[in-house]
Ligand binder design. Structure first.
Ligand code: PLP
Length: 221
């Protein structure tokens, strides 16, 4: 679906929710997509992109950023501590802060580089064992530790609801956790449910396949 159509759907969802035009940002999730599709979306004017792997993002965006220096890049996938330095030097936003070890490592890299990406805490609202994210009951303590022990400003919360459940209760829980902790931004909603997320207060939606088409998964070896 063309960028224009996605933006139109976002505007319509904002209005239906009684929210101001432009209150929701589109993060175009370009992971695994072929370069021509990404370039087409850039040429149509999109500037915020999400990637879920540090190396893949660097490979793709290091050259593209020369042509489009105003691009904002967000890491929306898991971050290993051995890649923190690179991630701090490269991303404008990191949405997958989910453990104290990573908070410490990010704080050190930010201090050393004098560059601070904006940070979101990922919350595992479905309490899925295989999924990254802080458990809902631990959000308050974790955010407090990030702020006071590591001096990290937390801009928002991020969630990926369980694939086999209706997303609305997860979006509602994320919002409640944000309000309770004085956090204003919510990264929630993907291709299948971004309009619901907007109705429930999302400030950014992460849209991949609806915008770029299906991801071609690399052939298995
Ligand atoms: C891949 C991905 C998306 C985009 O998913 P679509 O369903 O293709 O829109 C959003 N968020 C995260 C964290 C992702 O990994």
């Amino acid at each position: 679906m063309p960028l224009e159509d996605i933006l139109h759907r976002i505007r319509r969802a904002e209005r239906q929710a009684g929210r101001p035009d432009g209150s929701v940002e589109l993060v175009a999730v370009s992971k695994v997509q072929p370069e021509d599709r990404v370039r087409a979306v850039l040429e149509a004017g999109q500037r915020i992109f999400g990637e879920n792997r540090v190396q893949e993002a660097q490979g793709r965006w290091t050259p593209l950023r020369e042509a489009y220096p105003d691009v904002e890049l967000r890491l929306i996938g898991p971050l290993q501590t051995n890649k923190t330095k690179v991630a701090v030097g490269f991303f404008d936003v990191i949405e997958s802060l989910d453990r104290e070890k990573l908070a410490r490592s990010l704080a050190e890299a930010i201090e050393a580089q004098g560059r601070a990406p904006r940070l979101y805490v990922q919350v595992n609202t479905g309490e899925e064992p295989q999924k990254a994210g802080v458990l809902p009951a631990e959000v308050e303590g974790f955010v407090e530790t990030c702020r006071t022990t590591y001096g990290l400003a937390i801009e928002g919360l991020m969630v990926i609801p369980p694939i086999d459940e209706v997303p609305a209760p997860h979006f509602a829980l994320l919002r409640k956790l944000a309000e309770r902790n004085g956090i204003e931004r919510l990264s929630m909603g993907m291709s299948a449910d971004f309009e619901i997320a907007i109705a429930m207060g999302a400030t950014s939606v992460r849209v991949g396949s609806a915008l770029f088409g299906d991801r071609q998964t690399p052939p298995k070896p």
